[in-house]
Design a protein around this ligand. Structure first.
Ligand SMILES: [Zn+2]
Length: 454
């Protein structure tokens, strides 16, 4: 069937299934330019397509590529390159085509520069008002999906599901996403913005500890506040983690490459001093290619659906993924600042909704709680309720709550593991295998289901 092969690496990377378990072919010639199209009724994809010319700007109704897929016993023949479409979503290549760049004043360097210069002089209420103004209309954005976008995993599952529907007898094993068969993962991360936040970290650790949850602290090395050795030592000593947050948090890390290179040297030095393996940029500003040159083990700067962040876009996945050697752990939960000050919401309902959706797809819930913003009584209450909710998820839904560096270690080990058949049984080999589980994907009751081996 397959006239022209395309790489199935994106499926192998996500599921860690044996190579050649599902072959992919490309049907016809791809369009010259990428654009928007549907896969099935609900999924919005961005990339090149061979079945028709995808729309260069988002103008529904979109054409559906799914009916063009052909399945046989060896695999799937697709009218698009699956890896390319997944990559362009993860790399947020669709943002310009959605017109988000022009809409968003905060992304124009000159506006941002002016805003950051004026920021210390602006009363907080004015600042919040300006931010709400800049983000107005966000609920009308068609893409990424709100409140969580799972396009990447749904697309991979969509293709796999079509294959298994036609090949129900095929045994389709893979290495389960999380250690010990955990259902999903949750991370608590704290970005330290000002001296007041820094001085509140000890209290925040006490609160985290009272719920049995360890977290990472993203510390700004320069200009914002002093970073005494004793402060770092205390965080490490209590079993929490320190990461580097930007360099000086001026919002200009990604403005010019030459300056970025200069700052990168300084960031390297601080990574060593902080004993940090992870990075987060200020305000979740990002250029993924630049981020991957910073030399960290992992990064946590890319939102899943960035409707409430100054830089629009989103990586459309709730799973960690590799960019070269860098592990990108997406920020999948709305930040505390946006919840309190843009949505003016002091309840858990949005976070519960987002968590539930991530849990359904077995992804990672990445929370950002700023010590600076939970110093108030009401905000502290919300934070504690959230920790209580996470504890509940751990106890009743089998959610794993590690430090980000533990997640990174697991995801790296899992990448190196192999599934091999021994005496008619699938076995996992490689470092960390004792924590890993074999799972099977199946087509059951008209949907794709996962069966975890005990
Ligand atoms: Zn920050």
């Amino acid at each position: 069937m397959i006239s022209r092969k395309q790489s199935a690496q994106v499926i192998i990377d996500h599921f860690r299934c044996p190579a050649h378990q599902l072959q992919l072919g490309l049907k016809g010639e791809l369009s010259g330019e990428p654009g928007f199209f549907h896969f099935g009724s609900g999924l919005i994809c961005y990339g090149k397509c061979s079945a028709f010319t995808p729309l260069s700007t988002y103008r529904p109704p979109l054409l559906d590529a799914q009916p063009q897929v052909e399945i046989d016993s060896a695999g799937a023949l697709l009218p698009f390159d699956l890896s390319e479409v997944v990559e362009s979503l993860r790399r947020e290549e669709y943002t310009a085509a959605l017109g988000y760049g022009a809409r968003n004043w905060a992304q124009r360097p000159i506006m941002r520069f002016g805003y950051y210069l004026a920021r210390p002089l602006l009363p907080v209420t004015v600042r919040k008002h300006l931010q709400r103004l800049a983000l107005r209309g966000w609920r009308q954005h068609p893409f990424p999906g709100w409140p969580v976008d799972k396009t990447v995993e749904q697309l991979l599952e969509g293709v796999l599901g079509m294959y298994l529907r036609e090949n129900r007898d095929v045994e389709w094993p893979f290495i389960w996403f999380w250690p010990e068969g955990k259902q999903a993962c949750a991370l608590m991360t704290h970005d330290v913005e000002t001296e007041a936040g820094r001085d509140f970290c000890e209290s925040v650790m006490n609160v985290d500890d009272s719920y049995g949850i360890k977290a990472s602290f993203q510390v700004v090395p320069e200009q914002r506040y002093k970073v005494p050795e004793s402060y770092l030592h205390q965080i490490h000593q209590r079993g929490f983690e320190v990461n580097v947050q930007d360099l000086n948090h001026d919002g200009r890390l990604f403005d010019e490459f030459e300056e970025f290179q200069r700052r990168r040297e300084a960031i390297h030095r601080y990574a060593e001093i902080f004993q940090a393996r992870g990075f987060r940029s200020a305000v979740l500003y990002r250029k993924v290619d630049w981020l991957s040159t910073l030399g960290f083990e992992y990064d946590m700067s890319i939102p899943n659906a960035a409707h409430l962040d100054p830089q629009a876009g989103g990586c459309c996945t709730t799973f960690p993924y590799f960019v070269g050697e860098l592990l990108e752990i997406p920020v999948t939960m709305t930040q505390d600042y946006s919840l309190f000050h843009i949505l003016r919401d002091y309840s858990l309902s949005l976070w519960r909704e987002q968590s539930r959706r991530v849990l359904e797809s077995h992804g990672v819930m990445t929370y950002i709680i700023h010590p600076d913003y939970v110093r108030g009584k009401v905000e502290m209450r919300v934070f504690q309720d959230l920790l209580g909710y996470l504890r509940e998820l751990r106890e009743h839904e089998d959610v794993w709550i590690p430090l980000p560096r533990e997640l990174s270690k697991w995801w790296r080990q899992r990448r190196q593991m192999q599934l091999v058949k021994k005496d008619n049984c699938w076995e996992i080999i490689g470092e960390g295998r004792e924590r890993a589980r074999v799972a099977y994907a199946k087509w059951q009751n008209e949907k794709l289901v996962y069966d975890l081996q005990s």
